[in-house]
Design a protein around this ligand. Structure first.
Ligand SMILES: Cc1cc2nc3c(=O)[nH]c(=O)nc-3n(C[C@H](O)[C@H](O)[C@H](O)COP(=O)(O)OP(=O)(O)OC[C@H]3O[C@@H](n4cnc5c(N)ncnc54)[C@H](O)[C@@H]3O)c2cc1C
Length: 482
């Protein structure tokens, strides 16, 4: 019997799993997908928001500001890329300047440090590539950029290193309340557990409804993005939002922590919880809104487009509470700024559990750090020579766009919560994340996955279950020697 079953291995579920690993609890983290971080966590702006945008005294405001404070240490412990580059909300007219003042006051109430209104000249000095029509900006120095899926993967790995079980390919299709707790049908498994924590993203209402009245409905709103080549990664130094106005919300333009450039998201919905299609109109909108802020940006350098789904609810705040059924905790409606808030949400859920588990002991063997990731191309020449001396696979470059070696890929396959798919490798170590988007290296990555996992290469999928790349051999011949 488990003490706690967490449903959903996005950034929220994985952050909770790691927090619970600090205590003497038997925990299982369950997901329907074949990898952790395969829901909204893999498709967002990856901004660690400062927290001026949320209405004061909401869960969003509290979790955002606390989560932001926790990022630096968490990313250091887990060796996850994070840069505190600050954000601007830019103004184009007097109305926008009034909005900036309101946002600054709201941010101060929320406890956001260092907010400052900058003049046109100050903005231009820091961001010479911004539109000359910008007349001022709200500067938030505590905002940052992070690798969103790298973070969830690292949280899951660290949780598993510290004893949490991870059960993938296991959709939860039923939950029964029993005398001791809950009986959960998860794929082929039947789990019994004292507590359930529902972190199922855009499906959290369905999970809630197995044991509770339908007290909330998730309304998935799609956000589309364009991602640009690394040659554009230094076009801006700061995350740049447009001041929201009666004419709309604008889009965000920002460098990514991996050195690319991102413009997005749109907002449209409600959609079906599995509708992740990008659209011609959506991508056109990004181009038009982006051009208002960065008119000279080389938009033709787009390398891919993608979309994510916000788990919105009508009352527009996070739900982090025990449901009407005791010991069943909903962590639902975690739309933006859920990535930022995740560590604070985990802290809050742990406090809720501690209230119920009076004699709970700490896990004395908990190790907060993850084994560091070797990033070969970022190493010094001496270190590169040493690495190749120890393992010749560091000398074999597999992804030529991102310069990723075979040894780095193998390492990502053999860690806890390791890669089993082509995109799983991409999300962990960036093989296939470059300009050619895996056009050259995907077949090599498949061979490595098949060899290291000792499975048939035909069974290796691109990303989700059934996303097969190979269907069979085309030139197989049987040669008989006499
Ligand atoms: C367009 C967009 C932009 C955003 N930008 C930002 C940003 O810049 N900064 C920020 O802080 N936040 C941002 N967010 C919000 C942030 O991405 C989310 O709040 C966060 O990723 C939510 O994480 P999660 O773990 O709750 O959900 P998810 O990552 O969706 O995880 C839920 C998991 O539950 C699993 N699941 C669902 N049903 C079942 C089932 N029946 N059985 C088993 N498993 C199940 C899914 O497979 C999934 O892995 C953005 C969101 C969007 C859509």
């Amino acid at each position: 019997m488990y003490d706690v079953t967490i449903i959903g291995a996005g950034v929220v579920g994985t952050a909770i799993a790691r927090e619970l690993a600090k205590y003497d609890l038997k925990t299982v983290l369950v997901d329907k997908e074949n990898d952790v971080s395969n829901g909204t966590t893999k498709a967002n702006s990856a901004i660690v928001h400062a927290g001026f945008d949320c209405k004061p005294n909401t869960e969003k405001a509290k979790m955002n500001v606390r989560g932001n404070e926790m990022y630096e240490q968490m990313c250091k412990d887990l060796d996850v890329p994070f840069k505190k580059i600050g954000s601007f909300v830019v103004a184009f007219d007097e109305d926008d300047l009034t909005t900036l003042d309101k946002l600054k006051k709201q941010g101060e109430i929320n406890g956001v440090p260092g907010l400052k209104i900058l003049s046109k000249e100050e903005v231009e000095k820091r961001e010479p590539n911004l539109s000359k029509d910008v007349i001022g900006a709200l500067y938030a120095p505590s905002a940052g950029i992070v690798g969103s899926y790298e973070l969830a993967i690292a949280l899951a790995e660290n949780a598993a290193d510290n004893g949490v079980n991870i059960l993938l390919n296991s959709p939860v299709t039923n939950i029964d309340k029993t005398a001791e707790g809950f009986q959960i049908t998860a794929g082929k498994e039947t789990l019994v557990s004292h507590f359930v924590i529902n972190c199922a993203g855009v499906y959290a209402d369905k999970i809630n409804n197995f044991v509770n009245k339908p007290t909330f409905e998730i309304l998935p709103f799609i956000g589309e993005y364009n991602l640009f080549d690394k040659s554009t990664g230094d076009f801006l130094n700061t995350i740049v939002f447009q001041a929201p106005s009666s004419k709309g919300k604008g889009v965000v333009s920002l460098p990514t922590v991996e050195g690319n450039f991102l413009i997005g998201p749109t907002s449209e919905g409600p959609k079906q919880p599995n509708d992740l299609k990008t659209s011609r109109n959506g991508l056109q909108e990004l181009r038009e809104k982006g051009a208002k802020v960065v008119p000279n940006f080389p938009f033709h350098k787009v390398i891919t487009s993608f979309a994510g789904l916000r788990a919105k609810v009508a009352h527009n705040d996070f739900i982090i509470e025990e449901s009407e059924t005791a010991n069943f905790i909903n962590v639902a409606a975690i739309d933006s700024p859920g990535l930022t808030a995740a560590p604070a949400i985990a802290e809050k859920v742990m406090e809720m559990l501690k209230d119920k588990l009076v004699d709970l002991q700490a896990n004395m063997t908990f190790v907060p750090t993850r084994r560091p990731v070797t990033r070969f191309m970022e190493s010094s020449n001496e270190m590169k020579a040493e690495l190749i001396g120890k393992d010749h696979r560091y000398g074999r470059v597999i992804c030529r766009c991102e310069n990723i070696t075979e040894a780095e890929i193998v390492d990502m396959i053999h860690r806890h919560a390791g890669a089993t798919t082509v995109d799983g490798v991409k999300r962990r170590i960036r093989a296939g994340a470059g300009r050619c988007q895996g056009g050259f290296c995907a077949p090599r990555v498949m061979e490595i996955l098949a060899r290291e996992r000792n499975v048939d290469v035909l069974s290796i999928v691109k990303d989700k279950q059934d996303s097969y790349i190979l269907t069979g051999e085309t030139k197989a011949t049987t040669v008989e020697f006499v």
